[in-house]
Ligand binder design. Structure first.
Ligand SMILES: *Cc1c(COP(=O)(O)O)cnc(C)c1O
Length: 437
């Protein structure tokens, strides 16, 4: 039976994967979720050994979830093109491991999601012969992960809007040096202005004859599903699978953790998840009080997790059929300040010579705290969501030493910036798009 997706608000019709992916959001403003998440065969879980490659693992899980919607050959091509980098499991000490999710082109875990979504959309474009135009507003990292995913995908053009002077120099280089089918638009305004311009473009009837627009939105289901793949790859690499497994996920919008819960639902043997956050602790608070209290975010060192209204929260509840007690059984919340984050980075470097980025440090702390509460031995994995060089200033402040840029990032910093300046005004975007159409 082909996969059907429902809206978490239950006021929109069931749709196919293709519709959900190209539409992004259901008309009732909920979030798309797969209607059925059947378990994988036990033989697959037993077959998960360290030498099973990321692509092999991903293809089996992708076929299980999406195999009725895409041909075997197409899925294999999408998986192979998207996942040209691995997620290595690295032992830190005892039974504590980190899953390094920063080996993709932009050195953060969002590469997994962005690559898969882009190649899947590329497949839909190839099937239908349409030309697709992606408009995306970014405050920094998401835009470059998305742009890298779509880089050189035939039939798709990408326009990234970013706020002038409000992204880091490194991020700006990552956004403006790709070329090919990627165009960077530097807007003399804020991130919110960029987002408002993108929204208005989607509603503009004058653009419709010239562009088929899509959003590559951060809550697109095509970004959630591939994030479940690396949990299986992590398990495959565990040297000793006899102990119960706890996975700690440093979280902001909770897409990463939602994907982990999906992995568990379809059969990955995980006994506990940890929702580890900085002081933006809406979800850990919810797990204590059962009250969801979104509020403005606070700035922290782990700034990719500075989220005051976690957008994937309805998906977590939906996975548990809104049964809060059951969710609480599987999920523990822990909250850390910047001072605690820095102290963890220092301790792990001093004791184990491993450099954590501030997000991974929050994940490590949550895992440690949970394990300290238990009486029995456990396997622990925390996710390292970014390369420490991406947060070089914080890392250098914590460890009092320079951190080397990975070669790919260093090379990007040398490339010429290529961006088109736009006034902070929707008409500027509109006439730009109409001029080049
Ligand atoms: C986006 C991001 C997170 C948060 O992930 P969510 O899926 O939003 O919870 C954590 N760390 C880094 C480095 C990120 O870029």
């Amino acid at each position: 039976m082909p996969m059907k997706l429902y809206s978490t608000n239950h006021q929109s019709p069931l749709v196919s994967l293709k519709t959900a992916v190209l539409q992004g959001l259901p008309p009732d403003n909920g979030l798309y979720m797969p209607q059925n998440l059947p378990p994988l065969p036990g033989s697959f879980i037993e077959s998960l050994k360290p030498d099973k490659s990321f692509q092999e693992v991903a293809l089996t899980v992708a076929t299980h979830l999406l195999g009725d919607e895409l041909s075997a050959a197409d899925l294999e091509r999408i998986v192979n093109e998207a996942f040209f980098f691995d997620a290595p499991l690295v032992n830190i000490h005892d039974n504590i491991h980190t899953l390094e999710l920063f080996h993709g082109p932009t050195l953060a875990f969002k590469d997994f999601a962005a690559q898969f979504m882009a190649k899947l959309m590329g497949q839909y474009v190839r099937e239908s012969g349409i030309e697709l135009t992606i408009l995306v507003a970014t405050s920094g990292d998401t835009g470059s992960a998305v742009a890298n995913g779509f880089l050189k995908v035939p039939g798709i053009r990408v326009f990234i809007l970013y706020p002038s002077g409000k992204v880091s120099p490194t991020q700006e280089q990552q956004l403006t040096t790709l070329g090919h089918n990627i165009t960077a638009l530097e807007v003399a305004g804020t991130f919110d202005d960029c987002q408002a311009m993108v929204k208005q473009a989607f509603l503009d009837n004058d653009l419709r004859p010239h562009y088929q627009l899509s959003s590559a939105n951060s809550i697109n289901i095509a970004r959630l599903i591939p994030q479940s793949f690396y949990y299986f790859r992590a398990y495959a690499q565990l040297p000793d699978k006899s102990l119960p497994l706890v996975i700690s996920v440093p979280s902001g919008n909770f897409g990463n953790l939602s994907a982990g819960l999906i992995a568990k639902k379809i059969g990955l043997p995980v006994s506990q998840f940890i929702a580890a956050t900085n002081v933006n602790d809406v979800v850990p608070e919810y797990l204590q009080t059962s009250i969801f209290r979104p509020r403005p975010s606070l700035a922290t060192y782990s700034n990719a997790m500075d989220v005051g209204n976690p957008s994937n929260f309805p998906r977590m509840l939906a996975l548990y059929d809104e049964n809060i007690q059951q969710l609480k059984k599987d999920l523990n919340g822990f909250v850390y300040t910047d001072a605690e984050t820095i102290a963890a980075m220092q301790a792990v470097y001093k004791n184990f010579s491993y450099i954590l980025d501030p997000h991974g440090a929050v994940g490590y702390l949550g895992l440690q705290a949970f394990i300290a509460q238990q009486n029995s031995a456990l396997n622990g994995i925390f996710l390292e969501t970014a390369h420490p060089a991406k947060f070089g200033q914080v890392v250098e402040h914590a460890l009092k030493q320079k951190i080397d840029l990975p070669p790919a990032l260093a090379a990007t910093l040398e490339l010429p910036k290529n961006a088109t300046l736009l006034e902070n005004d929707y008409d500027a975007l509109k006439s730009y798009l109409l001029d080049i159409a």
